[in-house]
Design a protein around this ligand. Structure first.
Ligand SMILES: Nc1ncnc2c1ncn2[C@@H]1O[C@H](COP(=O)(O)OP(=O)(O)O)[C@@H](O)[C@H]1O
Ligand SMILES: [Mg+2]
Length: 285
């Protein structure tokens, strides 16, 4: 199977590839979700995986984190083949990547600082005082200095996201993964989170993989955008390349209004039908 995804970096300087996804296929039950995904992520870039709601972005991300095993295909991250079934290698790799999940995923019974030191507790033998100092530094980086002792219920949506980022970067990861970082936030707060992602990359020089369905955010932060649609990466390119792409399919995705995702049931049904074929009831007719 051939897609544009393998074909976009003819002239670009060869930055080291830190993530390489090959022929990734995955199913939920009998239903194919990813159908031969091909993707390379380069060292130091912000790569945004963009696609409509339900297109499989989170599924792809969970596979890249080794949280789910694919039907077939391989994923190499920082020289580790995480699809090879080597649990020790995967555990070792997890020390070198950070994850900021969609919901923030903070433990409500713990304070901000207790949440943020969790990866250190799990992966290191550092003493509690050192951990606290490291947490303070990271809270400062994400703009949450002084909020150490609050609980998640006392934080705004934007602050919870910031705390989640502080936890994701506590181990100075080589790669940071974020799933819908600005989901559920007011536009101004969402925009501030975009700025935070740009600042973090600049300050820490890491590679960032962001999954989002928000075009504005993708266009603002991406070095390159990978367009996921119908289980495949349709195209990978710069913001300009994606915006100017002649494919009608890609232009339709770009011109999709946000409400198409949520409140237009006809458009939703139409999309489902196009993605998965006619409903069994219709086939029988
Ligand atoms: N654990 C699961 N079991 C069954 N179906 C799932 C599961 N997770 C996601 N799906 C389905 O797979 C498709 C892709 O989901 P997802 O990766 O969450 O999409 P996105 O993140 O792009 O919105 C959706 O149709 C969703 O309903
Ligand atoms: Mg998702």
């Amino acid at each position: 199977m051939h897609t544009d995804a393998t074909n976009t970096d003819d002239a670009a300087p060869a930055n080291e590839t830190v993530i390489s996804v090959r022929e990734l296929v995955t199913h939920y039950g009998p239903r194919p979700i990813l159908k031969s995904v091909e993707l390379d992520v380069r060292d130091g870039e912000i790569l945004v995986i963009m696609g409509g709601s339900g297109s499989g972005k989170s599924t792809l991300l969970r596979h890249m984190l080794g949280l789910e095993a694919p039907t077939s295909g391989t994923i190499r991250i920082l020289e580790t083949d995480i699809t090879a079934g080597d649990a020790r290698a995967l555990a070792e790799l997890r020390r070198r990547i950070g994850v900021a999940f969609q919901s923030g995923a903070l433990f409500s019974s713990m304070t901000v600082v207790e949440n943020i030191v969790l990866p250190l507790v799990e992966h290191t033998d550092l003493d509690p005082v050192t951990m606290k100092i490291m947490a303070r530094l990271k809270l400062e980086v994400v703009g949450l200095a002084g909020f150490e002792e609050l609980r998640p219920s006392e934080l705004s949506g934007g602050m919870i996201k910031r705390a989640a980022f502080a936890r994701a970067i506590i181990m100075d990861p080589k790669i940071l993964f974020c799933d819908e970082p600005s989901a559920g936030l007011d536009p101004a707060v969402a925009s501030a989170i975009d700025d935070l992602i740009l600042d973090l990359r600049a300050a820490m020089g890491m590679t960032v993989v962001v999954v989002t369905h928000e075009l504005e955010s993708a266009f603002k932060i991406a070095d390159r955008i990978a367009v996921l649609d119908n289980g495949q990466i349709l195209f990978v390119g710069t913001v300009e390349e994606v915006r100017g792409h002649p494919s009608e399919r890609i232009q339709n995705l770009l011109n999709r209004r946000p409400e198409d995702d949520t409140i237009d049931p006809d458009a939703y049904l139409d999309r489902l039908t196009r993605e998965y074929g006619p409903h069994p009831d219709e086939r029988r007719r």
